[in-house]
Design a protein around this ligand. Structure first.
Ligand SMILES: [Zn+2]
Length: 533
């Protein structure tokens, strides 16, 4: 099987959205989809058009992800309706996506009990819905819900569902362990039996982690012939999560020798990808995550560190640099350096590895990351940090003093209102500009005051808007070295052309952290709009 191609399908934005405490904004969805497409995944399931306003908005415009296909998820038509006359199915067919992935029942018990339709009608629903999608999309995929439980109860009927999808022209038929209760041997046997019964069918696998086996079950399915793998970044998903693509991808590529659309140099960005998604969702990265966790490779205090230092192969199952991770006892070595050089190249800065300023720059990045800065999802701040040290950023403006006042009071109509008022003084070319602004919150007020002053000198800032704002309080023990908690703010900006960029600010004070991130965002726009470099 070495050398075979595996197609990777990410469902972070659909199944991953079921994770407790996760609620994607439209801006989150765009950022994550773009990041995953850049990484080289074959399919990105963006959500379920017609199910909620966020997903409707996400699919409302055509998006180009290059070779990556954007997938709209949904259900087959309802019983007793034609595919053309089903509003739920129409929402999926009309959504701007390259492909659709429709889900239908494949467990007879579910068909007759939960769905309350005849077994024949369910098969017709599958064939007709898959065919209707195939007529309007580049690809039509079909998810066999509860396939493994269904196969155990009634293998003929489960197989009939696979054949019904094939009859509709499905490009892939995905076997789903929806309840997540299977073990690897069962998955292997059932996928192998299915492959034998329908050898011409392109099979996929979708596993949940309720037995802690989602990754193992997925690999078992691949060994039995599945060539399409579904999962989520960092194993997000309801209950115990979905199969974790961050673990699956290096297992498939480095251990089993499969080929994916991800080149080796992109695989070396795996750790950064995992962290970028965690940062964006305000989650703390799992230090013990396989391949990408901070603790995944031997460290200084480890029992085997001295042997590992003589030759890392003594205590490492794979070189950490292959997935963009590093040995913590070698933090300042060539590996750390080449990682950071690769990150600079990604934001468009080429530095000679022999440049004498490089060591200072690297220690500044490491120092800041140690104090809570998160650059994996704030590339604009990362770029500015480098450009400032290399002397490439003009002094566009300086934020002098600012003051924010919050007030809760009754207005003239007797309603309780909360308002923020900010004053800020901004120095541009030696002139001080003082502005006052009110806002619906302190950050909004101070942002408005700062930009009121700046837009007079830099009219290109008029169309800049904040599209996302995230705050995380970092307790002292977590990532920071001090004794006090600090606040990290991540802001995403957009201008009139649709261009987006992201910045980070860290401070003990939330307003100060926000102002730092705002200042970076404005500065980045001024550099990139007006060709001042
Ligand atoms: Zn699922």
């Amino acid at each position: 099987m070495t050398g075979d191609r595996i197609w990777l399908f990410d469902t972070t934005l659909r199944d991953g959205g079921q994770t407790r405490g996760i609620d994607f904004t439209v801006a989150d969805k765009h950022f994550i989809a773009r990041t995953l497409a850049d990484f080289g995944l074959d399919y990105i399931e963006g959500g379920w058009p017609g199910a909620n306003p966020t997903d409707d908005q996400f699919f409302s415009k055509k998006q180009d992800f290059g070779t990556t296909r954007l997938v709209a998820f949904g259900m087959t038509r309802r019983s007793g309706r034609s595919a053309e006359n089903d509003p739920g199915l129409s929402a999926i067919l009309n959504a701007h996506s390259d492909a659709s992935c429709l889900v239908g029942k494949s467990w007879d018990f579910h068909v007759t009990t939960a769905l309350n339709v005849s077994l024949e009608e369910n098969l017709a629903m599958i064939t007709e819905s898959v065919a209707a999608a195939k007529a309007v999309k580049q690809e039509s995929l079909f998810d066999c819900e509860h396939y493994f439980d269904g196969y155990k109860a009634n293998p003929d009927y489960a197989l009939a569902c696979v054949k019904a999808a094939m009859a509709g022209g499905a490009d892939w038929v995905i076997l789903c362990d929806t309840n997540g209760g299977c073990l690897p041997e069962e998955v292997f046997d059932i996928v192998a039996a299915t492959k034998q019964a329908v050898p011409e069918c392109r099979l996929g696998i979708h596993c949940h982690n309720d037995t802690g086996m989602a990754v193992a079950n997925t690999l078992a399915a691949v060994r039995a012939g599945a060539r399409h793998v579904q999962g989520t970044i960092n194993g997000l998903g309801e209950r115990c999560g979905n199969a974790d693509l961050i673990t699956l991808i290096p297992n498939l590529m480095l251990k089993m020798g499969f080929v994916t659309n991800i080149p080796a140099e992109k695989l070396a960005r795996l750790t950064s990808l995992s962290h970028a998604i965690d940062e964006r969702l305000n989650r703390l990265p799992d230090a013990h995550a396989p391949y990408v966790g901070k603790a995944a490779f031997p460290d200084k205090g480890g029992l085997h560190a001295s042997a590992a230092q003589k030759d890392p192969r003594t205590y490492e199952h794979t070189p950490p640099e292959s997935v963009g991770n590093q040995r913590t006892y070698l933090i300042s070595d060539q590996t750390g350096k080449s990682n950071i050089l690769a990150r600079f190249a990604e934001v468009g800065i080429e530095i000679d590895p022999k440049d004498s300023r490089l060591d200072g720059l690297i220690s500044e990045v490491k120092e800041k990351e140690f104090h809570g800065w998160a650059f994996d999802s704030a590339e604009a701040s990362f770029e500015l940090l480098a450009r400032r040290r290399l002397g490439g950023v003009p002094s566009f403006f300086e934020i002098g003093r600012f003051r924010v006042m919050d007030e809760r009071r009754f207005n003239a109509r007797g309603e309780m209102v909360v308002e923020s008022e900010a004053t800020a003084s901004i120095i541009v070319n030696g002139d001080a500009h003082h502005e006052v602004a009110v806002g619906n919150g302190p950050v909004n007020a101070v942002d408005t005051a700062i930009r009121k002053a700046l837009v007079k000198v830099y009219p290109q800032l008029a169309d800049v808007e904040l599209v996302d704002y995230k705050v995380r309080i970092l307790p002292p023990s977590e990532q920071t070295s001090g004794t006090a908690a600090v606040t990290r703010v991540l802001i995403e900006f957009q201008d009139g052309t649709g261009l987006r960029w992201r910045t980070v600010g860290v401070s003990a004070n939330i307003i100060d952290a926000s102002v730092n991130a705002l200042a970076d965002g404005i500065c980045w726009k001024l550099i990139h709009h007006g060709n001042r470099l």
